[in-house]
Design a protein around this ligand. Sequence first.
Ligand SMILES: NC(=O)C1=CN([C@@H]2O[C@H](COP(=O)(O)OP(=O)(O)OC[C@H]3O[C@@H](n4cnc5c(N)ncnc54)[C@H](OP(=O)(O)O)[C@@H]3O)[C@@H](O)[C@H]2O)C=CC1
Ligand SMILES: CC(=O)N[C@@H](CCC(=O)OP(=O)(O)O)C(=O)O
Length: 322
Amino acid sequence: MAQGTKSGSIPSVFIDGESGTTGLQIIERLQGRADIALRSLPPERRKDPEAKRDIFAEVDVVVLCLPDDAAKEATALATGLGARAPKLLDASTAHRVNPDWVYGVPELAPGQGARIAAAPRVTNPGCYPTGGILLLRPLVEAGLLPKDYPVTVNAVSGYSGGGKAMIAAYEGEGAPPFELYGLGLEHKHLPELQHYSGLTRRPIFVPSVGDFRQGMLVSIPLHLDLLSGAPSPAALQEALAAYYDGAEFVRVAPPEASGKMEPEALNNTNLVELRVFGNERRGQAVLVARLDNLGKGASGAAVQNLELMLGLGAANRMGKAA
Ligand SMILES: NC(=O)C1=CN([C@@H]2O[C@H](COP(=O)(O)OP(=O)(O)OC[C@H]3O[C@@H](n4cnc5c(N)ncnc54)[C@H](OP(=O)(O)O)[C@@H]3O)[C@@H](O)[C@H]2O)C=CC1
Ligand SMILES: CC(=O)N[C@@H](CCC(=O)OP(=O)(O)O)C(=O)O
């Protein structure tokens, strides 16, 4: 049963940015559901503040699938509505480390799902930080990974991660087969990656994009002798498995001494898979997260958070209880 709604028994949702990549994917995931009423604006009124204000006042949750500046403007508009303000779920980067917003990773820590369910403002995580944080935080909390470890995060994303502009560029002429970017070491995901992983030293983050539409790998190399107690790869895997025991959308695979990972295996799901590859003789390991950048990295995560915010989420979707 849904929590108190503004009108009727079915909670209502408006997606601001409904014709963008993330917005369209959320709509696809919600289509056919009888427990959520999806509201919409005609295309010519989608950027009209008055039309937005009216629909914001009528719905229970607004999902912001907008560029950062537009997300901030929409937030101000909602704030202006006072008691009629809807709950907000922001898919942009604008509020990710803002303490007034709850970080939308239910599996982050015990009780995080309940915090998301109760919050008036939830910020959906970035796609790369979703993989990085889910790998790093349990190891920091277990005391295995020192907080000041010099972490490097390497990652590759499908080009849909760059939204409509990057999709058009890659599906047009002359796109490169593969590109490193973010080499100024100021990528917008670094603050949330560091903050929610619990690291005191700023990680180095090297993202890349490949000529495939959708899917993502995030990998983190580790020197085991620099970790506390020089743990084995199996001990790292056990720490991850224990942390996510019971979490519906996070799978921790058995340890592997060798292997390959490709980025597309979890496309069109809300799953993230965590793996530890290790060479005990060499004292080295690589942590890898695989996810769909548009699934658990964006729209799938948004639907998971939306369900919690509307009181529709099953308890086991919330990660662990408090
Ligand atoms: N793609 C991804 O994998 C991920 C994206 N995100 C984040 O989600 C947000 C949306 O990204 P994405 O869907 O990829 O981007 P897109 O560029 O695909 O879509 C953005 C949409 O917002 C619309 N828009 C822009 N300004 C306004 C406004 N003032 N009012 C209403 N609509 C507006 C655009 O309209 P128009 O069509 O007219 O340009 C466009 O349709 C961004 O903040 C992005 O960083 C988060 C996680 C992953
Ligand atoms: C391939 C690509 O360009 N990816 C995007 C990140 C997509 C994402 O998660 O963006 P948000 O932080 O807005 O959520 C980038 O690096 O900017």
